[in-house]
Design a binder for this molecule. Structure first.
Ligand SMILES: *Cc1c(COP(=O)(O)O)cnc(C)c1O
Length: 386
């Protein structure tokens, strides 16, 4: 790969240097097993799972290697591994960083099942966890304990889009030997490169923007050669949370258009946020791309763009009216995920650290439908509710 290549070029060509029968798309290596015709090669085979000697698909498969090389190239890391889901990736990355007695510091708005894994699973093995909002860097650094081994970030988070100051935080964590992990799903890996700002390990729910078509569940861990090799030898080998070759191929196919889709997502997100800001029934819009985004300086220093995931707080917090609004939507479908072709809405009641109390909000994801149709849908639903 040419280091000068931009993301669009990397996504098309990295990992596909070898053409099979001249096929412009690589075949799907639908294999559990790779056999050897030479005993000496078998005995001496490179045990590195993603090395040239593929032996067994739990440890490495060419369909996975292709997409892993693209993800590492996208995230500016040495290596990456692809998993059967975002949670398989996140749990493996966290397990790689803790032992009995370890403390994990995490941001309170990180993905719910990630918190579940930290609170209700790792605690069974003597790992403690505590949370900070992540907005105040001094407060975050002050919450680090002598036994902290990993700092788990999600910037921006996916409900109210809080960011953390990667450069300051990771410099301090490096000094103290603490591994930093961030969930980078929001940015699709296009608009933010955490590894270039010192983050050790980048995870994604590839189900979202990376795959991009609501037809696949997948996850990603990207990091240094040392971290990924160790992860492959241990968590991948022993826990086996990998993706099937067909899934890896679909992820590769989805990622061909990632750059284009993220550029469009930014346009959609900004247009939708501007529309919402002007509506009488909206109290507050949470969107990374807004001019008055509370952390705009940090955003401008860490991100090159935003996406089409946002949320708003309705002025009228009445639960029944909110229900009427959600039920009246015709194009926006009721669903929790995002990053695919279809627009989605989900009502939430949350109480993040630093808020006075719980607030109801609606998270919206703008898909690939026409923006005029989406805003018309919101207008007619709001007229029925408020
Ligand atoms: C969906 C999601 C995950 C989990 O990913 P799965 O692929 O569903 O396992 C993790 N983090 C964020 C921010 C997500 O939105």
């Amino acid at each position: 790969m040419d280091q000068q290549w931009g993301d669009g070029t990397r996504l098309q060509h990295v990992g596909e240097e070898v053409k099979h029968c001249g096929a412009v798309n690589p075949p799907i290596f639908q294999n559990s097993l790779f056999v050897f015709d030479d005993l000496d090669v078998f005995l001496s085979r490179d045990r590195k799972p993603d090395g040239p000697g593929f032996s067994y698909s739990r440890l490495g498969n060419p369909s996975l290697t292709i997409v892993e090389k693209k993800i590492a190239a996208l995230e500016r890391t040495d290596k990456a591994k692809v998993f059967g889901s975002g949670m398989a990736a996140i749990s493996a990355a966290l397990l790689a960083c803790v032992e009995q007695g370890s403390h994990v510091l995490a941001v309170d708005m990180c993905y719910g099942p990630t918190q579940g894994f930290l609170n209700e699973y790792l605690n069974r093995f003597g790992v403690t966890v505590s949370y900070v909002s992540g907005v105040d860097t001094d407060e975050l650094l002050a919450a680090i304990r002598p036994e902290t081994t990993v700092l788990y970030l999600e910037s921006p988070s996916s409900l109210i889009f809080r960011m953390q100051d990667f450069r300051t935080i990771t410099a301090e964590c490096r000094r103290r030997g603490i591994t930093t992990i961030t969930d980078n799903s929001y940015s699709g890996g296009i608009h933010q490169k955490p590894a270039t700002m010192g983050v050790d390990v980048v995870v994604h729910s590839a189900t979202k923007y990376l795959a991009g078509h609501s037809d696949l569940v997948a996850g990603v861990v990207a990091g240094s050669e040392q971290f990924i090799d160790r992860l492959t030898e241990r968590e991948i080998n022993w826990l086996g949370g990998l993706i099937m070759p067909m899934g890896a191929w679909l992820l590769m196919r989805g990622m061909r258009t990632l750059k284009l889709r993220m550029r469009h997502a930014e346009e959609q997100g900004n247009a939708l946020a501007q529309f919402l800001t002007a509506q009488s029934w909206v109290e507050r819009v949470h969107h990374v791309g807004l001019d008055d985004f509370p952390q705009r300086d940090l955003r401008d220093s860490q991100m090159s763009g935003c996406s089409s995931l946002l949320s708003f707080e309705p002025k009228d917090q009445d639960a029944d009216k909110l229900r009427r609004f959600i039920e009246a939507l015709q194009i926006f479908q009721l669903g929790v995920s995002w990053g695919g072709f279809e627009s989605l809405a989900v009502p939430l009641e949350i109480s993040p650290m630093g808020w006075d109390g719980p607030r109801r909000l609606v998270r919206l994801y703008a898909g690939l439908e026409e923006m005029e149709d989406l805003t018309a849908d919101l207008t007619q639903a709001a007229a029925q509710a408020w």
